[in-house]
Design a protein around this ligand. Sequence first.
Ligand SMILES: [Zn+2]
Length: 457
Amino acid sequence: MKYISRRSFLKGLAALSLLGLSGCASTYALEEDKMPGQEKFQPPVLEVKPVDYDYLLTGGTIVDGTGSEPYQGNIAIKENKIVGIGHFVPGQGGEIIDIEGLTVAPGFIDLHTHTERYLAQNGRAEMMLLQGVTTHIGGNCGTSEDSIGKYFDGLGAIGINIGLLAGLKTIRMNVAGTKDILTKKELEAMKELVAEAMEEGAFGLSVGLQYWPQIYTTTEEVIELCKVVADYGGFYSTHIRNEEDYVIPSVEEAIKIGFEAGVPVEYSHIKTAQRRNWGKMSRVLELVEEAYVKGLDITADVYGYEFSSLDVGQGRSSISEDDMITALKHPLVMVGSDSGLKTNGSASHPRAYGNHPRILGRYVREKEVISLAECIKKMTSQPARRLGLHDRGLLQEGNIADIAVFDFEQIIDKAERYSPNHYSEGIKHVFVNGKQAVKDGQVTGVLAGQVLKHRKG
Ligand SMILES: [Zn+2]
């Protein structure tokens, strides 16, 4: 058979479809290959419907977010949806983008961030888009907006999608200031505020039990608040009570809260902080796994740095790289950046500009600690499942077209510990709700992000 390249084959198919000839299927049989007595096989005539598109991404390596093996294929985008994937006959179209040699994945969903104030001031979100990130969930570690509804109402155009959690600190301070012991009435008032936030679209309740005044909140109080979250089908996002010497009992507390409130648990920025606790990660993960096997919907998230925001200026590490890698490899652990940004867009920790490309470049490509398909799953379908986003996080027909195209050979973070405000490299194209937000490595200025609200069910 005469060799034809994938691209000329596709062009041929596109031309055929323009002529209305694409519905034909050829029949053939080689006489000399027939077995004695074999009937001549007639392939059925297939109806091939050409797929019209706004954008056709051709020849990319598709990593679809499920964790299954990458494969070559095309992707068609029409309006805000993925309308074709893999092998299909392109129909009438807008723009064809050749992505041969590049990897195409669902846009990354970062479920652990502190960027909602920044996004309210400056919606361009270049540092996120240039990491391939298309969704941020803010309001973590207990600090959130006073009113989630008002925040969403006041939000201008933004470059990425945003969803929020309700924060324990915010709710507690609104009801009881910095008091240590709550009255029953105050706890009831807090439950009301949790319910209100859930009604307004919060994905769940976040806590930072290590921080004042959240440290005063008892396990029983958190259980009471989480029962409200569970009624709405939300989840409990926990910065646990102690990430250092008492990491084990703190994980046990998070698990107890999950079981007793009947609420799914997201264990935030999993770590075993301070040198004397290095090596405890395997035990921490055993606890998480035991709880999961017993029926608790528990997952964790990790960022790709050995130092936290508290360590960044101190020149020290909080977690060992070995423990961080052990966490990253675990199937119940996904990727979350813990990004924070000032309203002018500057960050004190490099993760806000570099987390996802850093993990892909350093830990997948260079150190090969997990496969590319596994890593993409941790950045896409795993957080989507946690958030209950049924139409994002996977490249499949009918899903919303949040898409990241990158050069896996080049992708890398440029933000550094003492110079954290540098864009990452290697992201080539990004689509947010079907609109092109990054083109040939440059932010287009198109602000196509949407507010994502949790809906029960
Ligand atoms: Zn935290």
